[in-house]
Design a protein around this ligand. Structure first.
Ligand SMILES: NC(=O)C1=CN([C@@H]2O[C@H](COP(=O)(O)OP(=O)(O)OC[C@H]3O[C@@H](n4cnc5c(N)ncnc54)[C@H](OP(=O)(O)O)[C@@H]3O)[C@@H](O)[C@H]2O)C=CC1
Ligand SMILES: N[C@@H](CC=O)C(=O)O
Ligand code: NA
Length: 818
């Protein structure tokens, strides 16, 4: 024996009822006996309540509304019963509507709608849907019978939520089913008192009917047919990656539903649970899908938790005071007074210091709760033993639920760590000793971010997302997007990582789309859909979107953009950048960015500030963390100048080599930054700071290699013209060096707290002699690398190596976020 139950959407239209009929026919073919419970057609119960209220308010428009409800039922009859059999069902439907019209007429006369009358009015929803579907089944020659649950389920006279008398009900159900072998089509939600007055079963009503019938008949299982794919790991409207939980225990289902998961209402399934009846949650609109099994204990768990649910809107009440410490009876009085005022408490937390108790409630009860408690503790408040009662609003609760928590350590660690890494403040927390649920109270504005990031870490086998906001889509930014495009498949399949480009901007246009801008067509989308660039608006929108695992990638050389880094880090958004401006301004600015990132638990990464993708900053940070001391740094830090001095000879012209360096993507957006030594100056300054030498920009001694006319050229074009004119000047230095078997190298040195940059001629014995292309070379002499320095060498400029360095920083954030 089993019991099937179809909810409102399943019986809400001709098409969905066709599917229901098919499911019933298949079950009949299998031969196992079953009963079926129906809800009212979707939306009908609410409509009937509305109609009842209109009638009692003397609003005659209810008649039209009622016609609409009637028409929906007629449409089902017309759509699903052969014409020759329709008239009797039409008459039966009309008969019920006549009865309902009379009741509503009475309501409109006496202008009063009691709970009792409302129950009667609502009962028509299930009576109509069930009667019509029974007639459809009969018209197909099936042995089906309409069963008015008022005949079998008895409650007391608490209208709106009758209390079931199980002794009588169980006996009546057994007797009723013993008398007939036909398929019983049972009205959900409704019941009656012993005197035959109609009542209803309250929240989850039709599930309750199915559960009562199944328990009385000792059924093997209950199938709850609804409009979703079973119970999900999280609300799919809030967490796009949520998926169906294949197997869940009764207790877990209870916990999840308490915190807002509304697929089923487990308390109403208690009679079935008490008899160990298996529940299946199935989708009428996806019939072949397995759905969710709800059983006493769940089968083989893959994850440490089973699901996540939330309550969007709660208020937190905090009562504290020195007079509460060690005083018995405070919490007793607190909760008794709330309960006497029918204020239900969702979560309670008290620190062991007993100095404060906080609890969360529905915000609509907040004002009343405050008044009740001020009255209850008036004496203590007067004496100053209890401070005033503080209510915080705009909060949400998230609960992670799962029996698996009992067996595995680190679940709460993982929860709080992911919240921390995403900058989500936990206002209050509670865990029951059953270890079935850990609840956290957070700001409502963080709810979506929190749900998604928690879901990401606990259901690891799903693909996680990193949300990238890239400003600057020139050489480096553009190459980065191309590299992301080429790696998308690999990262998805091998690393279960989705790099979601959620925002892009150049100086003209910007586009933000939390659903992602595909790297395949980013340019066309930015051109078509982008709006005029405004950096403050870009940053503000990013912060408002509050997406989990957000990373801001600055691929500009802009000076003003840096002012937003603080704001971003403060909003717990990591920053990755090849732009050297932030780290080469004042030392205090550099320090404060480092500190903000540290305080907020996010990352500020800039490996490509020095030597492009070469692992220079990471190497220094590793050595510093492990306690090494830097004695000297000697380095060639300009890919552009390295390229120039590696290729400039008597056969070519200096200006052409500079142009070639620019064409190869080695130069700064303005190549004067390279040739003036400014870029190398910034880099040695950053290295100095990284090794703990707090230099300011003006303390770097830069020897100029450019003659005055080039240095002072007002524009890039003018600069190139001056370079042409100055060719003899460069040729002379070059040929002098060449004549002596030497090579020109622009070398930066940091020693004894001082940094300088000079153009030097080096001979073949010098370690910097053999360089080619855009090579950088850095030699670190440290306490551990004293006799033979640690040397890092390789291409230190260019689009591919720089973009891949930025990419590596992004990947390290993804590993950090877990
Ligand atoms: N080339 C290399 O080898 C290396 C470069 N870097 C650094 O990488 C950064 C980028 O260099 P590169 O790609 O060559 O420069 P590009 O000039 O090619 O690109 C810069 C991009 O930034 C955009 N941009 C500039 N200012 C703003 C702003 N205020 N708001 C929005 N967008 C802005 C530009 O927009 P638009 O197109 O509209 O002008 C352009 O898209 C620089 O900081 C550079 O120092 C670091 C290491 C190595
Ligand atoms: N323009 C720079 C690029 C890297 O920072 C250089 O030439 O080194
Ligand atoms: Na680097």
């Amino acid at each position: 024996m089993k019991v099937l139950k179809f909810g409102g959407t399943s019986v809400g239209s001709v098409d969905s009822i066709k599917t229901v009929i098919r499911i019933l026919e298949e079950n009949l073919e299998k031969g196992e006996r079953f009963a079926v419970v129906f809800s009212a057609m979707g939306g009908v119960t609410n409509r009937l309540i509305e109609i009842g209220k209109m009638a009692s308010a003397g609003n005659a428009d209810y008649v039209e509304f009622l016609k609409g409800v009637e028409e929906r039922h007629f449409a089902v009859v017309r759509g699903l019963i052969p014409v020759k059999n329709q008239s009797s069902t039409f008459a039966a439907v009309r008969g019920l509507f006549n009865e309902l019209e009379d009741i509503l007429k009475g309501v409109s006369w006496i202008k009063e709608l009691s709970e009792r009358t409302l129950d009667l009015i609502m009962s028509f929803g299930e009576r109509l849907s069930t009667m019509v579907i029974t007639e459809i089944l009969k018209s197909k020659g099936l042995n089906a019978e309409f069963c008015d649950a008022r005949q079998i389920i008895h409650t007391n006279a608490t209208y709106g939520m009758g209390d079931v008398n199980f002794d009588i009900t169980n006996q009546q159900i057994l007797e009723y089913f013993a008398k007939t072998s036909a398929l019983q089509c049972v009205t959900g939600f409704i019941a009656s008192t012993a005197e035959g007055v109609t009542t209803t079963l309250g929240r989850g009503g039709s599930d309750y009917t199915a559960s009562i019938v199944a328990a009385a008949l000792d059924a093997r299982s209950i199938e709850i047919w609804t409009d979703v794919d079973g119970m999900m790991t999280a609300d799919p409207r809030k967490v796009a990656n949520a998926f169906t939980i294949p197997s869940i225990s009764y207790a877990e289902a209870m916990e999840l539903s308490h915190f807002g998961a509304k697929v089923i209402y487990p308390p109403s399934l208690q009679p079935a649970f008490a008899r160990n009846i298996t529940l299946k949650v199935l989708n009428t609109f996806n019939v072949d899908f397995e759905g969710t099994y709800v059983q006493k204990s769940a089968n083989g768990k893959e994850y440490a938790i089973t699901g996540i649910s939330s309550i969007d809107e709660i208020a937190l009440v905090n009562i504290q005071g020195s007079g509460m410490i060690g005083v018995a009876g405070i919490s007793g009085r607190l909760f008794t007074s709330l309960s006497n005022n029918a204020i239900s408490v969702i979560l309670i937390s008290q620190a062991s210091s007993e100095h404060s108790i906080c609890f969360s409630i529905d915000p609509k009860n907040a004002q009343r709760a405050s008044e009740v408690l001020e009255k209850e503790f008036a004496a203590e408040i007067n004496l100053g033993h209890i401070d005033s009662i503080v209510i915080e609003k705009n909060l949400s609760i998230i609960a992670i639920v799962g029996e698996g928590m009992k067996k595995s350590t680190g679940v709460s660690g993982k929860l709080f760590s992911v919240l921390g890494k995403n900058g989500i403040n936990v206002v209050a927390t509670a865990q029951g000793s059953s270890e079935l649920n850990i609840s956290v109270v957070i700001a409502k504005s963080d709810l979506s971010k929190a749900l998604n990031s928690i879901h990401g870490v606990f259901f690891q086998s799903e693909t996680r997302s990193l949300n990238l906001f890239i400003v600057g889509v020139g050489l480096i930014g553009g190459t980065l997007i191309e590299q992301i495009r080429n790696q998308t498949k690999y990262l998805r399949e091998e690393r279960l990582l989705n790099l979601n480009i959620a925002g892009l901007s150049n100086t003209k246009k910007m586009l933000l789309d939390p659903d992602g801008i595909k790297p395949e067509n980013w340019l066309a989308r930015v051109m078509d859909e982008g709006v005029k660039t405004s950096l403050p608006a870009f940053v503000q929108r990013m912060i408002e979107l509050n997406l989990p695992n957000s990373v801001f990638v600055d691929c500009t050389s802009d000076k003003d953009i840096v002012q937003y880094y603080h704001m971003l880090l403060d909003a717990s958004i990591s920053v990755v950048t090849p732009n050297k401006v932030a780290n080469s301004g004042s030392y205090s600015e550099y320090l404060s960015l480092q500190r903000t990132a540290l305080q907020r638990g996010v990352k500020f990464l800039y490996e490509t500030n020095v030597g492009a993708g070469l692992p220079i900053i990471n190497t220094i940070q590793g050595l510093m963390s492990s306690g090494d001391k830097f004695l000297k740094i000697e380095a060639i830090l300009s890919g552009t100048l390295s390229f120039i001095f590696n290729n400039f000879n008597s056969e070519n012209r200096f200006v052409d080599i500079v142009k070639e360096a620019k064409a190869k993507g080695f130069t700064e957006p303005d190549p004067r930054d390279d040739l003036s030594g400014a870029d190398v100056g910034r880099k040695i300054l950053i290295l100095a700071r990284e090794v703990g030498v707090p230099l300011e920009p003006e303390e770097i001694k830069i020897a100029q290699i450019l003659p005055g006319n080039c240095l002072n050229a007002p524009t890039v074009d003018a600069f190139f013209r001056e370079l042409e004119i100055s060719n003899p000047y460069f040729a002379e230095s070059q040929s002098n060096a060449e004549a002596n078997g030497m090579k020109l190298r622009y070398i930066a040195t940091l020693e004894n707290g001082k940094a300088s940059i000079e153009l030097k001629s080096v001979d073949s014995q010098h370690p910097f002699y053999t360089l080619s292309g855009s090579d950088n070379i850095v030699s670190f002499t440290t306490e551990r690398y004293k006799d033979r320095p640690l040397v890092i060498k390789g291409p230190g400029a260019g689009a591919e190596v720089t973009a891949s360095g930025v990419f590596a920083d992004i990947m390290s954030i993804s590993s950090y976020l877990g």
